[in-house]
Write a protein that binds this ligand. Structure first.
Ligand code: GLA
Length: 385
């Protein structure tokens, strides 16, 4: 993968900016379980994948940033003061990373960069976090800022909040940077402690089926989910003042405020409280090598995301149902939702049959083929020599 990106980026960099520059990469991600729990202070259980965003970068001795995006075939030039914000949406991610680095005391000297990605856009694999993390990592290194890796992840998250209008949690940027080959990482989003779990399931494979649908207004719907959770948390806090995050609430506490919050907010919170526990159950099951339980939890998550959190869609529900019908071990909508992929835990002997049937039946029903991605759990942000 990264060698292909290098082969695309290098000649373009040379053409636009001449010799030199260093190459950096950061990864997209999958998440086995723990969806919409991050901004509620709960656990997530993601892994970095073998595709992401790579950028060749060189300081240019000015106070301007000049960037070329190979995938958009566009360039942008901007300064790093607040009033310099560019219009192009991909450039705003890079600008945001510069600004957030400066806010944390880092230096951002002008630079030239060319970047490209091999993580599918809009598939829910966090191409935007890969972009933020790649530049956060590179800028930190080129300017010798010495910010630690967690701060780099937080820079990416604040970029989303302050420059891109998405009030996301930390999962994507965290794992894009901290991901490790053949391991998933369980992050406690309240205190930011984390633990790696080796993940090399024998006899099972993880595969993503990409519905190739992306719903408009996904980010405002996402922000609305977060607001619902905050309303539920605030109401519970009136009775249990020590409650810090919704993830710490007991299910019975939610029942205590049932009449005080909307039905919708209740359902959102009900899902989150269940999901936080499922992450812990999945980690326990993995340690026992009990993949059937892991899979069952994935189905429960799908149910919650579809019926309670309401972030699934017809196409993803169809894929999930089909997986169940074919006796696939686990399946669920992955990431923020409103389109994108299902993640499926499939016994190796069922893999070919499942994938070909899913492609065929999905096409019959929706008129276009879904895409299929095999999951390879890989390392996060790094310089590529
Ligand atoms: C998006 C966000 C993450 C997380 C997931 C849902 O990917 O960026 O912070 O909330 O949705 O789990």
């Amino acid at each position: 993968m990264t060698s292909d990106l290098k082969a695309i980026i290098h000649p373009k960099f040379k053409e636009l900016f001449g010799e030199g520059g260093q190459l950096f990469f950061s990864a997209g991600r999958i998440n086995l379980i723990g969806e919409h729990t991050d901004y509620n202070g709960g656990y997530v259980f993601p892994g970095a994948i073998d595709c992401g965003i790579a950028a060749q970068i060189k300081l240019n001795g000015t106070d301007k940033v000049r960037v070329f995006s190979i995938d958009f075939n566009q360039s942008a030039e901007f300064g790093v003061e607040e009033y310099d914000a560019p219009e192009l949406s991909w450039a705003r991610y890079i600008f945001g990373v510069c600004r957030e680095t400066i806010k944390r005391g880092g230096k951002v000297a002008g630079f030239d960069a060319v970047f490209a990605g091999d993580v599918p856009l809009g598939a829910g694999l966090s191409s935007s976090a890969a972009l933020e993390s790649c530049f956060a990592y590179a800028i930190n290194q080129l300017n010798n800022n010495g910010l630690d890796k967690m701060e780099l992840a937080l820079i990416g998250q604040s970029t989303e909040h302050n420059y891109c209008g998405v009030m996301c949690g930390l999962m994507d940027q965290f794992v894009s940077i901290f991901g490790k080959k053949n391991s998933l990482v369980r992050l406690n989003c309240k205190d930011l402690s984390f633990e790696y779990f080796p993940f090399e399931p024998k006899g099972y494979r993880l595969v993503l089926i990409d519905s190739c649908v992306k719903h408009e207004l996904a980010s405002s719907a996402y922000n609305k989910r977060r607001e619902s959770c905050e309303k539920a948390r605030d109401e519970i806090r009136k009775i249990h003042p020590d409650l810090e995050t919704l993830s710490d609430a007991k299910r019975i506490w939610l029942d205590e405020v049932r009449d005080k919050i909307s039905r919708e907010d209740f359902m959102r919170a009900e899902y989150v409280i269940g999901e936080v526990q499922r992450v812990l159950d999945v980690c326990d099951a993995l340690e026992r090598g009990d993949y059937e339980t892991v899979g069952e939890m994935m189905y429960q998550t799908h149910f919650g995301l579809s019926r309670l959190y309401e972030v699934s869609c017809e196409e993803l529900d169809f894929l999930n149902k089909l997986a169940r019908k074919m006796d696939v071990t686990g399946s669920r909508v992955m990431g923020g939702g409103f389109g994108g992929c299902t993640i499926n835990l499939v016994r190796s002997e069922l893999y070919n049959d499942f994938v070909s049937t899913a492609v065929k039946e999905f096409k019959n029903k929706f008129g276009h083929e879904p895409k299929v991605y095999d999951v390879i759990i890989s390392d996060g942000a790094r310089e590529i020599k």
